[in-house]
Design a binder for this molecule. Structure first.
Ligand SMILES: *[C@@H]1O[C@H](CO)[C@@H](O)[C@H](O)[C@H]1NC(C)=O
Ligand SMILES: *[C@@H]1O[C@H](CO)[C@@H](O)[C@H](O)[C@H]1NC(C)=O
Ligand SMILES: *[C@@H]1O[C@H](CO)[C@@H](O)[C@H](O)[C@H]1NC(C)=O
Ligand SMILES: *[C@@H]1O[C@H](CO)[C@@H](O)[C@H](O)[C@H]1NC(C)=O
Length: 451
């Protein structure tokens, strides 16, 4: 989609270009939002919520969580905010388990082209995780450098799914900018929720896991493993686009042999999971470029699966006032995914290692029932860390976790700056499936002074 020059003019008149400085928001200052022009023709939309539960504690500053959605092309401003952790649900009713109870929340539509973010030319889309991290670092400079109040709050980057790959590259990029004196903020830590850190380890986990829980038979297992092996060889030979295509083939093979298992919760059938319909994280549907058609169908059925699309393109865009008329929420998502198809299958284990060696707190959390980023695959890439504390981490005692009653809801293992949460009875969308434990967890991750 090309944005006309008329639109750019309009945007200027609306103040869109000035928003990062002047700021738009609610009269009481509890919400601020705006566009940052992170590069020529590349505009990133952000939305910051200040918590009404804020507690002043001199020894523990009130934290800010930056939420990074997956996809690539999934909207944090839409999905993470309204379907997972923000103050309002998609019916605009208060969400009791909102993470605002523990922190301020910063949602961004990342990378550019996602959600309300947009590019004026598809050449301006990012093609690597590093490019996305550079844009996000530029955004953080815009938001934090001029605001001493915000600088007092440590920033915790919390990611879901493909967002994990941006989170670790952003973590390093932000640290370098901080060290160089170009970015004024305190990085508190990084949390990787059901994150696509090592695609090879995930594709090898799918067959054995599904066979063990009766969703594949041995024939399906053999086909799955043979495609996973093909992906491994493509990755070894640097054929990253081919690996992305084989990954899509593998998803099809798994779907056919499992009678359409849901990749976000292996106890369900595909699309039986309400969030998965709109999230499309790491989804075959996006890979096959059916995403925009899918969005069209959502817009056509208000009250149906299309709730989020109608909400974002209806009352939310009206509230925000600065969304250019030609920009449709999610309109460029398919392009965002395609532009990253050469980076999609690249692992980011080395970046996790670098963060650990720099002493940054890294938390990994995983839903027990997730398939696409299965715990089995996450444990496999953790074993590949070169970090010196790994042996002690593996040997450490695992603490059971509860929420409200005496049912075991999860486990936590920590050694030095690596922390791992196993979240029981949750699929890919942990805050949706285990809201109580997820809230406690984010309180601990951010060292929140909230009770
Ligand atoms: C709302 O959250 C609070 C604290 O997190 C909890 O004690 C309460 O039971 C929750 N209420 C509902 C209706 O879920
Ligand atoms: C700094 O950020 C805080 C919190 O979002 C906001 O209330 C305040 O208006 C900002 N200050 C300036 C000068 O933008
Ligand atoms: C890192 O995590 C540990 C354990 O939760 C905590 O004691 C420490 O304060 C954290 N450090 C930072 C910088 O958040
Ligand atoms: C949070 O930290 C406290 C104190 O270290 C611990 O007792 C509790 O189990 C932790 N809970 C979660 C969900 O991390």
């Amino acid at each position: 989609m090309k944005i006309s020059s008329l639109l750019v003019l309009l945007l200027f008149f609306n103040g869109g270009i000035l928003t990062a400085k002047a700021g738009f928001g609610t009269p009481d200052g509890s919400e601020q939002w705006g566009y940052a022009r992170v590069r020529p023709k590349a505009h990133m939309f952000w939305w910051l919520y200040r918590s009404p539960y804020r507690v002043e504690d001199p020894s523990r500053p009130w934290p800010i969580v930056l939420w990074l959605q997956g996809g690539p092309g999934g909207s944090g401003v839409g999905i993470g905010n309204f379907q997972e952790v923000g103050p309002l649900d998609p019916d605009l009713k208060p969400r009791n388990s909102t993470w605002l109870r523990k922190a301020d929340l910063l949602f961004v539509d990342n990378p550019v082209g996602t959600g309300f973010s947009f590019v004026e030319d598809t050449d301006a889309l990012v093609t690597t995780d590093e490019e996305a991290a550079t844009d996000l670092t530029t955004l953080l400079k815009e938001i934090f450098n001029k605001n001493e109040t915000l600088q007092k709050s440590p920033l915790y980057i919390v990611a879901e799914s493909y967002g994990g790959k941006y989170a670790v590259t952003l973590g390093l990029s932000a640290l370098w900018a901080i060290e160089a004196g170009d970015l004024k903020l305190k990085l508190g830590g990084i949390a990787l929720g059901d994150s696509w850190i090592s695609p090879e380890d995930f594709v090898f986990s799918w067959g054995p896991l599904l066979k063990d829980v009766s969703r594949l038979d041995n024939n399906g297992l053999v086909k799955s493993n043979s495609l996973a092996q093909k992906i491994k060889e493509e990755l070894q030979n640097g054929l990253y686009e081919d690996a992305t295509n084989s990954w899509s083939d593998l998803e099809n093979v798994i779907s056919m042999n499992s009678n359409s298992v849901d990749f976000y919760n292996f106890l369900l059938d595909s699309a039986a999971d309400p969030v998965s319909l709109t999230a499309l994280e790491l989804s075959k549907a996006i890979a096959l470029n059916r995403y925009s058609r899918y969005l069209d169908s959502m817009r056509a059925t208000p009250g149906g699966d299309g709730d989020l699309g109608s909400l974002m393109n209806g009352p939310i865009r009206k509230k925000l006032t600065i969304i250019p008329p030609d920009v449709i929420w999610g309109g460029q998502s398919g392009d965002v995914f395609s532009a990253l198809s050469g980076d999609f299958m690249k692992p980011r284990i080395n970046e996790v290692d670098k963060l650990l060696r720099k002493g940054v707190n890294v938390t990994v959390y995983n839903g027990q029932l997730d398939l696409i980023c299965a715990t089995k695959g996450t444990e496999a890439w953790i074993e590949k860390l070169k970090w010196e504390g790994l042996k002690e981490f593996q040997a450490a005692y695992r603490t059971p976790l509860y929420c409200g009653d005496d049912l075991t809801r999860g486990f936590l293992k920590s050694y030095k700056n690596l922390h791992f949460y196993w979240i029981l009875e949750a699929g890919h969308f942990v805050p949706v499936d285990q809201p109580c434990l997820a809230l406690k967890m984010v309180g601990n991750i951010t060292q929140s002074p909230a009770p």
